[in-house]
Design a protein. Sequence first.
Length: 202
Amino acid sequence: MTITYQVKSSVYVNLTNRCPCACTFCLRNNASGVYGSGSLWLEREPTLDEVTASLDAQDWTRFREVVFCGYGEPTERLDVLLAAAAHMKARDPSLRVRVNTNGLSDLVNGRPTAALFAGKVDCLSISLNTDDPAEYLAVCRPKFGADAYPAMLAFAHDAAQCVPEVVMTVVGEPVTDAAKQARCRAIAEGLGARLRVRPWEG
């Protein structure tokens, strides 16, 4: 099974296929993998030892960043994520550690979690997706319903207090309207984050 895969100068970590959302634009709706990774569908979730072994097997003279992002929401396995991130920081404190997340960690784990990333993660990239809670429900289809959008915003705000970099993202398509992107940017900046408009890769 594919635990780690390489994208340019980064190593990505595929911890789980579980996700509390079913986004209409999600890549996994149309493909079994990305960037030549092979299939990212896991027959079972890897143990922490398997994750760290796969990371340790990489040639870290070639890579500058480890990214927790696979075919599921990495905070579904928060303890493993944090332990693996700490392992990599202990190995090389200069290595950049990023987590790509839907920002629903607090709801997934039933407690505030942003502070747990401090000292282990350099960047949290959080999917904002829209400035409108109703549209968020329709597009992201979170299992938590209407609680999801405000929880994601609260997580981003909390994360900005303890993680060096917080980025909130929207997909350039369907969010092509300049005014809508401006509203999303205002939301992100109001939470202490910056906005990134990422390309549609479907």
